[in-house]
Design a protein. Structure first.
Length: 226
């Protein structure tokens, strides 16, 4: 009867193959984990970009949802403030795109959603996003809730009286928030800051998207009768 078994060479070859397999598996798992991390970070960034785009289509102020006019603010920049007597802003002309200055309506001193606007699907002006947080969480098999990422959204008035004039160029410094308590100006900044935690749960800032909105009233479409 012929005996069946492994020769020494066959045994060595088998050991080498198994060693190669066990050496590759951790690398596969590592690459898979890196891909998951990249996908989650990508999702967080795309969500923040989508919110910024959404905010850019909103009215500048709650009062602009009903009125086309440029609103009154507490800005100290006389070049940007409206002349309510002549009903227009310096450098413009009466009835420009239907956007005249108003004496009746001021910019909002409180930044945040109004009553009945419980989430950003119901927002109608840019400052409704102030304080809105978007969270992405997962629940483990043990029932523990882990945060993957957090979007912290804020809206502030920016100081609009810091200007540098160079020939025909006028530059406004957008790096400073308006003095506290809240002082209304002609510029608002929306910011969505992305904080990523991942599976390890250590939150850190990875990026931020900003959009600047100005007090120019609402756009109205011109029309003519045919």
């Amino acid at each position: 009867m012929k005996k069946h078994g492994f020769t020494l060479i066959e045994l060595i070859i088998t050991i080498v193959i198994m060693a190669g397999i066990f050496a590759v598996i951790p690398k596969i798992l590592f690459v898979s984990g890196k891909n998951d991390t990249f996908a989650m970070r990508q999702d967080a960034l795309m969500q923040a970009l989508s919110l910024t785009t959404l905010a850019s289509h909103m009215a500048w102020d709650e009062n602009n949802t009903d009125h086309l006019d440029i609103l009154q603010t507490q800005s100290e920049n006389s070049n940007l403030e409206c002349n309510v007597t002549q009903k227009f802003r310096p450098g413009s002309y009466i009835g420009a795109n239907g956007r005249m200055c108003t004496e009746e309506f001021n910019a909002s001193t409180v930044l945040g959603p109004e009553s009945g606007e419980s989430d950003y699907a119901l927002f109608d002006d840019i400052d409704d996003f102030n304080g809105e947080a978007v969270k992405s969480n997962i629940t483990t098999a043990q029932g523990t809730t882990l945060r993957i990422y957090l979007l912290q959204n804020s809206v502030v008035y920016l100081q609009d009286d810091i200007m540098t004039e160079n020939g025909k160029t006028l530059t406004i410094d957008l790096s400073n928030a308006a003095p506290s308590p809240v002082k209304t100006t002609n510029i608002k900044r929306f910011k969505s800051k992305v904080r990523y935690a991942g599976k390890r749960g250590r939150e850190r800032d990875i990026s931020a998207f900003s959009y600047y909105s100005t007090n120019i009233g609402q756009i109205s479409l011109a029309y003519r009768n045919w």
